[in-house]
Ligand binder design. Structure first.
Ligand SMILES: [Zn+2]
Length: 274
């Protein structure tokens, strides 16, 4: 499932291709993408909009238009966006939408399992919508160990579950949570409210480190994530713990173990993360 680094990689590729362009023709072929609104209504609302900037918050991709409206895209499990020069878009049975730009190029949305969403928001609606759903941007300056102290003080849940909470760490999902906890040397099942100030600092630092590494490798491709040029990411070859049960820890050599935390498969080194 695409997390912050995967969405950021797509954003960085799409921004120079979309910014300043007009969505000339929009076809949405899957009603699940826009429900409860009919796809034709959403397509019509998008046609004629000029892209101001392609933005991101957490795992949301945000296409901001000159009109003040925005298109909020969440890729969920298997959504991906693909850009293609005029007339070169390959056939795809899992295509759910296509936007044709005023230079003839296409941006296609593909989604195998169809959990992704497209939502058009009117001017002024974006910030309140996001504020209800996600917390501070982990790579921004607003997220600090101090700002987390109060948030985590009453959370007895396993640390892994709290790291996955989008209202605490926007954009962090299962992969980067496990990787960050390994960098921070913190056990995923530790109650979140038992962290010392030093450990909180290590956690924030490690989340940033894991996310930055993911962005530098243009995301991780496990099954079907592809960037906007149709290419796979390379982060999967950098994993320290994720999916590596039985393999040696790159720090201490102890075999990586798998457990469950926050309802998710969780990998950690029982020797480094005590
Ligand atoms: Zn280790």
């Amino acid at each position: 499932m695409p997390e912050l680094p995967e969405v950021e990689s797509v954003r960085r590729q799409l921004a120079p291709l979309l910014e300043g362009r007009v969505l000339e023709r929009v076809q949405i072929s899957d009603a699940r993408l826009t429900r409860p609104l009919p796809p034709t209504d959403v397509a019509r609302a998008l046609e004629g909009e000029r892209v101001l900037v392609v933005d991101r918050r957490g795992k949301y991709l945000i296409v901001r238009f000159e009109s003040g409206r925005s298109l909020l895209i969440h890729l969920r499990m298997t959504g991906s966006l693909r850009w293609a020069p005029a007339g070169t878009l390959p056939d795809d049975p899992y295509r759910r939408a296509v936007c044709t730009l005023d230079d003839g190029s296409d941006v296609a949305y593909r989604d195998l399992r169809r959990f992704g969403t497209w939502l058009v928001l009117e001017p002024g609606e974006l910030e309140p919508y996001l504020a209800e759903r996600i917390g501070k941007e982990p790579l921004g300056s607003g997220l600090t160990a101090r700002s987390l102290t109060d948030r985590l003080a009453r959370r007895k849940a396993p640390l892994k579950a709290v790291v996955l909470d989008q209202r605490v760490f926007a954009g962090v999902g299962n992969i980067y949570a496990d990787e960050a906890l390994w960098w921070a040397r913190l056990h995923p099942l530790r109650p979140a409210n038992t962290l010392t100030p030093e450990e909180l600092k290590a956690l924030v630092r490690s989340i940033r480190r894991a996310l930055r590494l993911g962005i530098a490798r243009q995301g991780a491709t496990l099954r079907d994530y592809r960037n906007a040029n149709g290419e796979a990411g390379a982060m999967q070859s950098e994993f320290r713990v994720y999916g590596r049960d039985g393999e040696p820890c790159t720090r201490c050599g102890h075999p990586i173990e798998k457990t469950r935390a926050g309802g998710r498969g969780t990998w950690f080194c029982p020797n480094c993360q005590v």
